[in-house]
Design a protein around this ligand. Structure first.
Ligand code: TYD
Ligand code: MG
Length: 511
């Protein structure tokens, strides 16, 4: 067989006969990798596989509507993420860091499905059958309907599955399998692409749902071409801090349901347990009040989730101050900091700023803005925000606080969890939505929120920067406080540097 090499983009899978510094397909820099591909005549068998019998075109109106039948996974939180169970012939990609729990949840799912009477074929190229058996015993997976197959040749996997079609086929992981149609080692771009294509074809032709595990690169994308995400029907990501027990399963793409829903799990000694009421999970109830911490009421799917935003600011020892964030939208932090500088009188030009969400959770929604701003301001002036206060709201470039979606649900949930005070955008709640027994602090401007929660009086008392309240109220330029704050902060610096930088969370966000 004649061999030739081509170049693939590691991001989008674009194929090119020559190398490019910038991928002509997606424009990404330095992503082209050289790989060997086989040309020449394919084996007859392979050619036959490539050309499946297809149905002739049918009139749209003549197509019988199939009942949307879903197979429940038996795990409520997983069903919720999938949009209500597994659809026949669907291909689901499960991504996440190594050790986050992908194999665990799929094995637990296998058990639950087997209990409902469907056979499961669990194909593993990662672990030996004995290792899987050991884990299965720990998880209490004992059903004879679960079969384990340690095989890495995609065509042999498909042949086996075709011989006795299972209710669900699980492949752990796409990086370990290969197809003999092309050369290249397992895990290479072309192998991943072709293997996934073969599995998608199998799922569509047979109607057997297929779950594929995909490892994640350092950048957080599923290793291999991003087209993998386009080829499958559903992409689920497992996220969370591996050192903590909580895991969030998030649908980032779903042809059969919404992408907003998340599933929440806790890793226990007996596998993953569902957390059905996660709203207060990520905020330590008995934490000591510290400055730089603000609780936000965020919304994930249809559920409200209280999250703790932690921030630390301190005089920088570098020429350019560091800005580091974990868990929040990277572009949001500079925006919020700029607003704090220009509209609320903080001078952050010579300060490092770190922002982190406790618990390893990620949030994208702009409703977190106000929480980020208040956490940073709280750290800046070293004034504690009461732990019984919870905030939400989007911040505009003028410093105005804008209303956000589902404000009512956020407020209700905060009230249910015992928060005493909610800082929220003006007229975000209708009359009926206002929870009883909770102080509602409606703010129109970020400065107002800061003045209410971090009162100027207390700022001075705690040896704050000397901006005083005035800077905040009259226009918020705060420039006048600059010299003052410099002196003040230098005095306090050992304190800042010593005690606060010893915090474990800080080490985590440092590069
Ligand atoms: P695993 O499912 O193997 O992760 P992945 O397939 O995503 O790489 O999860 C392994 C981790 O989970 C490992 O660190 C041990 C932990 N774990 C438990 O804490 N309890 C359990 O019952 C199991 C099976 C695993
Ligand atoms: Mg695994």
């Amino acid at each position: 067989m004649k061999k030739k090499t081509v170049f693939f983009c590691g991001d989008c899978g674009h194929e090119s006969p020559k190398w490019h510094g910038r991928c002509p397909g997606c424009g990404a820099w330095n992503t082209m990798v050289e790989q060997e591909v086989a040309t020449g005549p394919r084996s007859k068998q392979a050619a036959a596989r490539k050309r499946p019998v297809s149905d002739p075109p049918v009139r749209l109106t003549d197509i019988g509507e199939s009942r949307e039948e879903r197979l429940p996974t038996g795990i409520g939180e997983l069903d919720r993420t999938l949009g209500g169970g597994i659809v026949a012939g669907a291909v689901v990609l499960v991504g996440g860091d190594p050790g986050i729990g992908k194999s665990t949840i799929l094995l637990q799912m296998s058990d639950a499905i087997a209990r409902s009477g469907e056979a499961v074929l669990y194909v593993s190229g990662e672990e030996s059958a004995a290792q899987i058996r050991m884990r299965a015993r720990r998880l209490g997976v004992e059903s004879p309907l679960v079969s384990v197959f340690t095989e890495t040749d995609v065509h042999r996997i498909i042949e086996t599955a075709s011989a006795t079609p299972p209710g669900v086929l699980i492949l752990d992981s796409i990086q370990t399998v290969f197809t003999s149609d092309i050369t290249g080692s397992p895990g290479s771009v072309s192998q991943i692409r072709e293997s996934a294509a073969a599995l998608v074809r199998y799922a569509k032709e047979s109607g057997v749902p297929v779950f594929i595990v995909g490892h994640v690169t350092k950048q957080g994308a599923i290793a291999g071409p991003r087209i993998l995400e386009h080829m499958v029907d559903t992409v689920l990501y497992f996220e969370g801090d591996k050192r903590l027990p909580y895991r969030i399963l998030r649908a980032v793409k779903n042809r059969f349901g919404s992408t907003d829903e998340i599933g929440v799990f806790e890793m226990t000694g007996l596998g993953l347990a569902e957390v059905t009421d996660p709203s207060s999970l990520f905020v330590a109830q008995d934490r000591d009040p510290v400055s730089g911490s603000a609780v936000i009421a965020s919304i994930e799917g249809t559920r409200a989730l209280m999250l703790e935003i932690q921030s630390l600011t301190g005089l920088t020892s570098y020429a350019t101050p560091q800005r580091s964030s974990a868990g929040i939208d990277r572009k949001r932090l500079p925006l919020v900091l700029a607003v704090l500088e220009r509209r609320a009188g903080l001078s952050l030009g010579n300060r490092d700023v770190f922002v982190n969400i406790a618990g390893g959770v990620r949030i994208e929604e702009p409703a977190a803005d106000l929480g980020i701003a208040l956490a940073v301001a709280s750290s800046y002036w070293d004034v504690v925000i009461e732990p019984t206060t919870c905030v939400f709201g989007e911040i505009g470039l003028g410093g105005e606080v804008r209303t956000v979606a589902l404000a009512g649900r956020r407020a209700q949930e905060a009230s249910r969890l015992g928060y005493k005070r909610i800082v929220l955008p003006r007229s975000a709640l209708s009359k009926a939505e206002r929870p009883k027994g909770v102080e509602l602090l409606e703010v129109g401007h970020v400065r107002q929120a800061i003045d209410e929660l971090l009162s100027p009086r207390r700022r001075r008392r705690t040896g704050g920067s000397g901006h005083g309240g005035g800077a905040g109220r009259d226009g918020g330029t705060g420039r006048g406080g600059g010299a003052d704050s410099g002196r003040d902060e230098t005095d306090r610096q050992p304190d800042d540097g010593g005690e606060l930088f010893a915090d474990a969370d800080v080490r985590e966000v440092l590069p």
